[in-house]
Design a protein around this ligand. Structure first.
Ligand SMILES: C[S@@+](CC[C@H](N)C(=O)[O-])C[C@H]1O[C@@H](n2cnc3c(N)ncnc32)[C@H](O)[C@@H]1O
Length: 257
């Protein structure tokens, strides 16, 4: 996404980021001037800026496409997005006419008439049993319970999140879930527990109670996201400490029983 202009004012857009921030007052403007050197370089002097800053493509490029390709646009659904902070997905789904609810421990800044945001913990969501047609969780379940986002610590937070998602899903409803894939571990960066990584057996355990209908693995090779086999994914090297080298994209349904 490029920096744009609107009625002579600069629009504050992050590179490739659908969410951007515009200063609301003088203090914010001053702070913005102080800290916006990177975007000035990238937007105004790109040939110089791109020598200084690398543009990298995170796993969202395949994750959001996967979610959209598995939600029928023709049928308007009641959808819950879990862990929405920083994501434009709930708004995208709301724009298409779905009735969207989203939950996160962190506040969500975007609004839409078809979107209801609930700030809180996935373990205590205020929705009845069998309520949603679809639940989406993009790169969220692997974080739950590790405390990185100020969420309560639970060693089995990922499984507890899945159980709550199963509870609120209608019978026959779909969960669309994306998580890091590779050697089973918890990955750390500068001493902070970043996220869990799942292999095939741990994925099956995590999703017990749901029937896996689709599972594809994407890996990043030479800077590009491509479909890979689980074996290829296991051999991939991380290109950036804060980025995933491969992700599992899943559609799983709640049985009718
Ligand atoms: C890596 S972010 C993913 C955000 C988003 N889905 C996206 O597509 O970029 C993980 C999100 O999970 C949220 N989260 C972590 N633990 C949670 C919990 N117990 N309840 C609700 N949200 C939680 C975090 O606040 C964070 O916004």
């Amino acid at each position: 996404m490029d920096a744009g202009r609107s009625r002579g004012k600069r629009l504050y857009m992050g590179l490739g980021m659908p969410i951007s921030y515009k200063p609301k007052n003088r203090l914010a403007s001053l702070l913005d001037i102080r800290f916006s050197l990177k975007s000035v370089l990238l937007n105004r002097l790109p040939s110089f800026g791109y020598k200084l800053f690398e543009v990298f493509m995170g796993e969202r490029v395949v994750e959001y496409a996967f979610v959209h390709s598995n939600i029928l646009m023709e049928t308007k659904q009641r959808i819950l997005d879990v862990g929405s902070y920083g994501s434009v997905l709930p708004v995208e789904l709301a724009c298409f006419g779905h009735k969207v609810y989203s939950v996160d421990v962190l506040a969500y800044p975007l609004e839409h008439p078809n979107l209801t945001f609930v700030q809180g913990d996935i373990y205590n969501i205020p929705f009845p049993d069998n309520f949603f047609d679809t639940v989406t969780a993009v790169s969220t379940v692997e974080h739950v319970g590790l405390g990185r986002y100020g969420d309560p610590l639970h060693p089995d937070g990922d499984r507890r999140a899945i159980l709550e998602m199963i509870r609120v899903l209608k019978k026959g409803g779909k969960a669309i879930i994306t998580v890091p894939f590779g050697e089973r571990t918890v990955s750390y960066h500068r001493g902070v527990a970043m996220n869990r990584v799942y292999d095939l057996p741990s994925l099956e355990q995590l999703l017990e109670g749901l029937q896996i209908q689709k599972r594809v693995i994407y890996g990043k090779q030479g800077g590009f996201w491509m479909p890979v086999t689980p074996e290829q994914a296991a051999n991939l090297k991380r290109e950036d400490a804060t980025e995933e080298k491969s992700v599992a994209l899943l559609v799983a349904s709640k049985g009718q029983g």
